[in-house]
Design a protein around this ligand. Structure first.
Ligand SMILES: [Zn+2]
Ligand SMILES: [Zn+2]
Length: 444
């Protein structure tokens, strides 16, 4: 998930105390009494999931460089006797579990990559890893919780393999690299996996995925039908004018003044054209470059921005409006304006199939105390590339310690990002039950 995730405030010192007490929970603790809703197999696997998560957390790897993580996953999947494919979309791992009975193909996805963030949590398994990122040495941390996703899916693989005789269908486990974005000049992530045919052979009927949340209570799930996370277009607007001395602007075509008018014009794309009670949209200019000194009106200006929408129709509408407004404003100033949208990034909306969400909601409700229907999130997720091809369901899983107010939980992508590991067992149960219940529903 990208930068816009849930909470903003950094953790305070009181919370650091709470972290320590959570961190000393031994993996062998008996959990069986606290949640009678969960199956025994989930409780049996929980200590292993915690152990795997800690190993991966302590050994984080950046996008498209998840070599050791892939080996760790592969070793486990091999021990279960599953059919395995490695080096998919660089470092991805796919495993196939064929049930004893025929039925649909259910894909379960976990992302594997970490981030260039320096860890500041007091846990004993905190990362000290450094790695190269775009030519620089940087600290690396699982600051988005993808370590928990990998461990949860390894656990689900073990539980479902133990139920092979009862399974009416096939499970495809997708361990996906580079959700956070590939290094400059490289392809990767879900988009490349789809390109390489991950959803074929056997053909996937449905895909489920989750994201842990540092801001949601353990034992809760957040979900919504339709767009749950935004589609992204980034854009580049180039304005070409005519250079002149700053003292004689009548001899220029000023790209800086033109850009000011374009930026103002773009503010009306959302506020005056989008049907805001239907779904939200965002247009942001985040970078602007032109000129070298005070008394030269430059020839050229470049702006970069991002657009967030929640349907394909809105995506197309914003593309058209931004292009038209920028070009027409440019024309009125005699400047030549070129709009590239999308420019380098084009993520679909993470879309939860409506019928599938309705069908599977009782399953999620059977796993946790509370399923919250959440508001759309303007961050983006590359799970969207899978859910664009086949019906998908993506949800958030609570990972916030109970005694931490949501407003004080450290946000994703920050040095203090912390997950209460007791939330992971609900993830194991949710993905397991979604698989079993979906297969059962297809038998009817
Ligand atoms: Zn993230
Ligand atoms: Zn994430």
């Amino acid at each position: 998930m990208d930068k816009n995730m849930m909470n903003k405030k950094r953790i305070n010192t009181i919370l650091l105390g709470a972290f320590c007490s959570v961190a000393v929970l031994a993996p062998t603790t008996s959990y069986a009494k606290d949640k009678p809703k969960l199956s025994q197999s989930t409780y049996d696997i929980e200590s292993k999931v915690v152990e795997w998560r800690r190993h991966i957390h302590e050994n984080p790897e950046l996008s498209n460089r998840e070599f050791e993580t892939a080996k760790y996953i592969t070793k486990h999947l091999k021990s279960l006797g599953l059919e395995i494919q490695t080096e998919v979309a660089h470092t991805g791992v796919i495993a196939i579990l064929k049930g004893a009975k025929p039925g649909p193909v259910v894909a379960l996805r976990a992302d594997m990559d970490a981030l260039p963030v320096k860890e500041r949590t007091p846990v004993s398994f905190a990362s000290k890893v450094m790695a190269e990122y775009n030519g620089e040495q940087v600290p690396v941390m699982h600051a988005c919780g993808h370590d928990t996703h990998v461990a949860i899916l390894m656990g689900v693989a073990e539980v479902l393999t133990g139920m092979q005789n009862e399974l009416a269908g096939t499970v495809k486990f997708i361990f996906q690299p580079a959700e956070e974005g590939s290094p400059v000049g490289e392809e990767g992530g879900a988009e490349l996996m789809v390109k390489e045919g991950v959803l074929e052979n056997p053909k996937v009927d449905v895909v489920f995925g989750l994201h842990i949340s540092s801001g949601m209570d353990v034992g809760t799930i957040g979900v919504k039908p339709e767009g749950i996370m935004a589609g992204v277009d980034d854009m580049k607007i180039t304005i070409k004018g005519k250079q002149s001395h700053g003292s004689t602007p009548w001899n220029s075509v000023d790209p800086i003044v033109t850009s000011a008018q374009i930026i103002n014009g773009l503010q009306t794309v959302v506020s005056r054209h989008m049907h805001l009670t239907n779904s939200p949209a965002v247009v942001t200019i985040g970078s602007i470059h032109s000129g070298v000194r005070s008394n030269i009106i430059p020839e050229k200006l470049e702006m970069l921005g991002t657009v967030r929408t929640f349907s394909q129709a809105d995506k197309e509408k914003t593309r058209k409006l931004i292009t038209e407004k920028a070009e027409l404003i440019g024309k009125s100033m005699n400047a030549k304006v070129e709009v590239q949208i999308p420019y380098s990034s084009n993520y679909p909306v993470t879309f939860n199939n409506v019928a599938l969400t309705q069908q599977m909601l009782p399953t999620l409700e059977s796993v946790v105390e509370k399923v919250n229907i959440i508001k759309p999130i303007t961050g983006a997720e590359d799970f969207s590339f899978f859910a664009k091809e086949v019906p998908g369901l993506y949800f958030f899983l609570g990972g916030k310690p109970k005694d931490t107010p949501a407003s004080e939980a450290a946000a994703h992508h920050t040095p203090d990002f912390f997950i209460d590991e007791s939330g992971m067992k609900y993830g194991v149960e949710a993905l397991t039950q979604l698989t079993l219940d979906y297969m059962k529903l297809q038998q009817k």
